[in-house]
Design a protein around this ligand. Sequence first.
Ligand code: 89Y
Length: 344
Amino acid sequence: MERVRVAVIGCGFYAQNHLNAWRDLAAEGAVLAAVCDVDPAKAEAAGRAFGVPAYTDAATMLDAERPDLVDIVTRQDTHRPLAALTVARGIATIVQKPFAPSWEDCVAIVEAAEAAGVWLAVHENFRYQAPIRAVRGVIDSGAIGTPSWARIAFRTGYDVFRTQPYFYDEPRFAIADVGVHVLDLARFFLGEVERISCETQRRKERVRAEDTATMMLRHESGAVSIVECSYTARRIPDPFPETILEIEGDKGSIVLTPRGKMVVTAENLFWEEAVNAPLKPWTSQPWHVSQEGAYGACRHFLDCIRRGVPAETKGADNLRTFALVDAAYRAAEEGRAVAPQRRG
Ligand code: 89Y
């Protein structure tokens, strides 16, 4: 496919990054064709800013614009009904993370897409960030040997509630919102997971659910990882929204510290590298790491659509990340290690 006409559903806070990414990707064949939001003010503002028609009803937009690809950037409770609209029309679909509120919803979306032969991806973007790709590049080069241990942490006290106020009332908070990204990174670096244990904490009074989680994973390879997420970690400088990590293999290690400093210890070598995300005209500190990840994800999806291949974070792949989220909550509730569920 030469040119890919993209329609975006959801024009809220984070969707602005997707809209900018699609506009930036014009040179690579993306054509932002239309936007839609149930809030007319948000739809019109995005339509005006990006010079495309704006709709408040998704089905009306899909029938009028007939896009090749739809990027669903709404809250998770709307993903299943919206994906049903796109899949029924045979339109390639991207669903924002978290995939959906429940395992049943995620499986239903994946199975509907598979039955209809529709390309489906989940916008799980941390693994597309520049520092994360740099770390993966070192692992793939063999410099640290086979990774067998990792600590991967997203800890912040940054006021995420200002732009995402719904966080206060989420029935599942830190693991579902950002732990999902960090769990996906654990899979990305160390492979599939055999079992997970988890302790959750609610350290901030105003939130309804957990704001901190400490997880321990045994991977199928035998590797072990500690995965942490917290929205209640006060520290200066605050690394938000960076992920900090350490990975050890039989030949060396990789340590990624704030501001994208990567330190690699290899067999006969030791080096330091700046792997921070570049700034774009529409990105700003400190969000640029996350914004660049969103751009990287959209770029990967566009490339896959044009080549007719599945995305790295295709629906079926992301079910495995979602299963870890579910298993973490169950492990915390039941006080034991839990095996992530698999599709029957
Ligand atoms: O919701 C979170 C995410 O997915 O990435 C950053 C964020 O917006 C706040 O931590």
